[in-house]
Design a protein around this ligand. Structure first.
Ligand code: ADP
Ligand code: MG
Length: 229
């Protein structure tokens, strides 16, 4: 069971993981009021469907004024989006996430998953983000770092150091990265999630780490249910 990107980001935010500011809309009449709360016209419109690969398929649009925003949002609502993850039948766009546009310096990959059979949690991190991790695994496997943790022992400072190592962050950003990893770990444990994938995790030009895309998957028997499900 998956939740939408905007729901995943709400959850991450609740646990202290930084995400860009955004609002979800379910129809065009909500747009004007809701977008005011973002206090900027430099926005990204993100189709909310249960599949990745939206960028390449036309489901992510950058706009910088309200007319363009309305025009693009109108085009996207009700449209069938076909990505490499939807199958040929595609998925109809019923909600849009309007998010502040970020000034990206670098995109990384970060995910965290549970292997219930071995009671292990693994973090996967890579300098190469914003593309499918399967492709990185195939073409540049040396660029992927897997850090296995023991479920019963929690996460240690040593683990976190290993997880963030491939990002090559300057010293002053390491505290931010530490908090981020701890927050993601907490979501996984406390919400009984199977997988949290942040692709990309970005470093902005003004030196913030932000979860720019987020996928959270729950076990069908998980105790946690998102209120909208
Ligand atoms: P998907 O993985 O479904 O293609 P993402 O949310 O990862 O969707 O977005 C695809 C790409 O669009 C990102 O790698 C990033 O380059 C760009 N992007 C997404 N959200 C923003 C944003 N808020 N600001 C700037 N660029 C963005
Ligand atoms: Mg993505």
């Amino acid at each position: 069971m998956n939740i939408h990107e905007h729901q995943a980001k709400d959850l991450l935010r609740t646990f202290g993981a930084p995400t860009p500011k955004g609002v979800v809309i379910y129809n065009i009449s909500e747009l004007s009021e809701k977008v005011k709360t973002l206090n900027t016209n430099n926005l990204v419109i993100k189709a909310q469907i249960h599949a990745g690969g939206r960028g390449k398929a036309g489901g992510i649009k950058i706009v910088n004024n309200i007319d363009e925003l309305k025009k693009q949002a109108r085009n996207l609502f009700g449209k069938k989006l076909i990505t490499h993850q939807t199958g040929p039948q595609g998925k109809v766009i019923k909600r849009l996430y309007l998010e502040e546009a970020c000034d990206i310096a670098k995109e990384f990959y970060l995910s965290c998953l549970v292997d219930r059979s071995s009671s292990k949690i693994a973090f996967i991190s890579s300098f190469e983000g914003g593309m499918d991790i399967e492709d990185v695994a195939k073409n540049n496997p040396e660029k992927i770092v897997t850090t296995k943790l023991n479920l019963s022992k929690g996460i240690s400072e040593k683990d976190i150091k290993k997880i963030i190592e491939p990002f090559g962050l300057p010293e002053k950003l390491k505290m931010q990265a530490f908090h981020l990893i701890q927050s993601i770990y907490k979501v996984l444990i406390e919400k009984d999630a199977n997988l949290i994938e942040i692709n990309p995790l970005i470093l902005t030009r003004d030196n913030s780490l932000l979860c720019l895309d987020a996928k959270i998957n729950f076990d069908d028997n998980a105790l946690y249910r998102h209120p909208e499900i």
